[in-house]
Design a binder for this molecule. Sequence first.
Ligand SMILES: Nc1ncnc2c1ncn2[C@@H]1O[C@H](COP(=O)(O)OP(=O)(O)OP(=O)(O)O)[C@@H](O)[C@H]1O
Ligand SMILES: [Mg+2]
Length: 315
Amino acid sequence: MPHFAEMTDPRCCYEFDTSRTGAELVQFRWVEKYRPDTLDDLISHQDIINTIRKFVADDRLPHLLFYGPPGTGKTSTILAIAKQIYSPREISSMVLEASYKLVILDEADAMTTDAQNALRRVIEKFTENTRFCIICNYLSKIIPALQSRCMRFRFGPLTNEQIMPRLEYVIAQEQNITQIIYNARENVNATPLFLNADGKKALITLANGDMRKVLNVLQSCSMAYDNVTEDNVYLCVGHPLRKDIENIVNWMLSNDFKTCYNIDFPSHIRIELLDKMSDIEYRLSSGTSEKLQLSSLIAAFQVARNMVLQEAMTQ
Ligand SMILES: Nc1ncnc2c1ncn2[C@@H]1O[C@H](COP(=O)(O)OP(=O)(O)OP(=O)(O)O)[C@@H](O)[C@H]1O
Ligand SMILES: [Mg+2]
């Protein structure tokens, strides 16, 4: 099977890992394929990256604590730092020429308090020749004593403006790969990637600042459907379509209260309704019966409807 090095199209403006065959490039999970290799490839948190870059350049890296929601680049950042500090030979042989070792404790919020307490002493004992990087989603699950031994960095959700260019880059890469495989007539099942502007917007809206989710949903949606459109993205993640939600609200409102077809409630009633809906969502997320919560949702709308009716009568 020809390798990519042999079939790189001169029109192709992107560089591919030349050691991989077309089949490998197609089958790879996109989150790993597009994991930033260097600090320059990271698309967000420039302030954090610049600070860390300075520490690395001065050879004064402190113990680090990265926290924040999923898919925001915590693991990618520390891996890129490790690649910058150590050469590939050092990483594969585990023989280090740098002045210290780097110990990465990913998903540390799953550690018990006892384990974290034990770590306090270890961190202090090996500070001379070891740097620790603790990574977690929830800072509150890390004991204060560990927090105070590390320099903390919060990785906030990525903004839409940061995600969009990266998403477009990935799409362009994937479209190039399919084109090259097609040109090389390699016997690989590479599904062409088609998507429209609404599809991109839906991916970003649903991801809520999680770049991993953008890539995972894009990959699964492109495999499940010929075209990545807004509806297909919502269907792919099992999120109700916007028009379905509209229909449900209309059904609940339309029975006897004819004037209330649109959901333009007065703001105090809307607040009441949203409060009840957030309670329902909370209860659902803690595993309560869906049937019961659906009744509660209908009841909340009935109450809102009655409030509107009462107000209309008193005016
Ligand atoms: N800042 C970023 N720049 C570029 N790509 C990113 C960034 N953040 C996340 N990604 C993409 O999302 C994938 C997952 O990122 P990463 O593993 O670094 O997230 P994380 O913050 O460690 O999440 P978790 O808390 O779930 O472990 C990466 O492989 C990469 O493709
Ligand atoms: Mg991670």
